[in-house]
Design a protein around this ligand. Structure first.
Ligand SMILES: Cc1cc2nc3c(=O)[nH]c(=O)nc-3n(C[C@H](O)[C@H](O)[C@H](O)COP(=O)(O)OP(=O)(O)OC[C@H]3O[C@@H](n4cnc5c(N)ncnc54)[C@H](O)[C@@H]3O)c2cc1C
Length: 279
């Protein structure tokens, strides 16, 4: 068998801020709401991979005022950041479709019990509401040559998992270990429906200990790519396992903290594990 490269093609995109208007809102799982937005600024927006993300700026929950970065200009790279506090949160672009002459971006938001500005906004979103979207700044395709993709996720990463399953070649097996929690009800049905694949192996787990036990028992061979995303504390454990215990080559996995318990507006570029000298 030829060696697996786990290559993921990537490129930078025009970095700008785009105004968008909510087109419609519907539930695609018991606690996942799909918000479709449109607007002429979206016409050149692209996303070619499941780990791409946009930063969505929503109005201040108290005042209703939308404070957000602005584009430097049409066809120019760069944004002007506001000089006042703003509320931007990261989301995965689920689909970007051309519908008639319009571009429509779908965002799937997992509702959770301590909603900040994004959760509040998503819960009450109505057609006509305005937001500003920054990014994606870059895009990275899926691995094409893995035999299997192992996805480790909580509800916030189900949109990304659905994209992985949809975008890898049909012959690539996809296994998803889903950490139960806010928004994860109906995960298997959501993943099957949103990916269009009926052959996904979805394993729910109910604690970080059960998650680690499950993935350790499974192991990772040289033909499997691992993508993990979710709460930062859980992801720090997953990354320790991949990096320290398995010593997997860096090209064989990606791990991202999508939110952190007790922290509002967690920055996913911040260290996952401050106690790790390599972080
Ligand atoms: C690259 C990337 C892609 C992402 N893609 C998606 C996506 O497609 N869909 C999606 O739903 N989320 C996604 N997220 C996660 C999302 O950005 C966070 O959950 C965000 O913090 C929610 O914002 P908020 O304003 O509701 O809460 P915040 O103001 O950020 O936090 C308020 C409180 O809620 C807690 N909290 C935040 N999120 C959760 C949660 N999910 N469950 C339980 N408690 C929570 C925080 O710890 C804090 O105590 C993504 C994050 C990243 C970095």
């Amino acid at each position: 068998m030829t060696a697996v490269s786990f290559d993921r093609r990537g490129r930078r995109l025009r970095f700008t801020a785009r105004h968008a208007t909510v087109l419609d809102v519907r539930y695609v799982a018991p606690s996942i709401v799909r918000i479709r937005v449109t607007g002429s600024d979206l016409s050149d927006m692209v996303s070619e991979g499941p780990t791409d993300h946009v930063r969505v700026f929503v109005p201040d929950p108290a005042t209703g005022e939308l404070v957000a970065p602005a584009a430097i200009g049409p066809d120019v790279d760069g944004i002007v950041r506001p000089d006042r506090p703003s509320h931007g949160r990261d989301l995965t672009p689920m689909t970007i479709e051309r519908v008639n002459e319009h571009t429509v971006l779908s965002l799937d938001v997992a509702l959770h019990p301590e909603p900040g500005p994004l959760g509040d906004w998503a819960f009450g979103a109505v057609p006509g509401a305005e937001i500003v979207i920054v990014g994606p700044r870059g895009t990275k395709s899926v691995v094409q040559d893995a035999r299997c993709i192992l996805l480790i996720a909580d509800a916030t990463a189900l949109p990304s998992c659905a994209r992985w399953a949809r975008e890898v070649p049909p012959a690539t097996a996809v296994e998803v270990v889903v950490l139960s929690g806010a928004g994860s009800e109906g995960a298997a049905a959501y993943l099957a429906e949103q990916s269009g694949r009926s052959d996904l192996q979805v394993t729910p787990v109910h604690s970080i200990a059960e998650l680690m036990h499950t993935v350790r028992a499974r192991g990772v061979d040289g033909t499997t790519y691992v993508s993990a995303a979710g709460e930062a504390g859980a992801m720090a454990e997953v990354r320790r396992w991949l990096r320290r215990e398995l010593e997997l080559p860096r090209a064989q996995y990606t791990v991202s903290g999508y939110w952190k318990r007790g922290v509002s507006a967690f920055d996913h570029h911040a260290p996952l594990d401050p106690s790790d000298p390599d972080d």
